[in-house]
Design a binder for this molecule. Structure first.
Ligand SMILES: [Zn+2]
Length: 125
């Protein structure tokens, strides 16, 4: 009986902390819109918070294919056929100060909720 008591307490703590964690991560990621650009044109806009199942996007460019991996709250360049692999080595997109850039394929992945957005219509900052 004593064991069962602790199991119940432990589960309750787990559930509460999981709930808190979800709440906090939702709050801090309330605006998590990411834009994928190629040749300065917006080719895809993703709300990372509304991603339920992870998926991949393949983008073809002059230097081959780039595979972008999207999952809830996360986006990264999973693989690329470009020669430098800077985009892959960048890892996950964390902040707007360092967007994921693939120069050979002219791909830029960045957050859209920034005050210095590129104007989608004109492509001018
Ligand atoms: Zn690259």
């Amino acid at each position: 009986m004593k064991n069962r008591f602790w199991i119940i307490i432990f589960s309750a703590v787990l559930i509460i902390s999981a709930g808190l964690w979800i709440l906090i991560s939702n709050l801090s990621l309330s605006a998590n819109i990411v834009g994928i650009y190629q040749n300065n044109r917006l080719i895809k806009k993703i709300d990372l918070n509304s991603v339920t199942e992870p998926y991949e996007i393949t983008i073809s460019g002059e230097a081959g294919k780039n595979i972008v991996q999207v999952s809830n709250g996360h986006i990264k360049m999973k693989s690329a056929q470009c020669p430098d692999k800077i985009c892959v080595n960048h890892g996950e997109l964390i902040s707007n100060t360092s967007p994921i850039v693939c120069l050979p394929n002219k791909i830029v992945i960045k957050f859209e909720n920034s005050s210095e957005n590129i104007d989608v219509k004109t492509g001018v900052k």
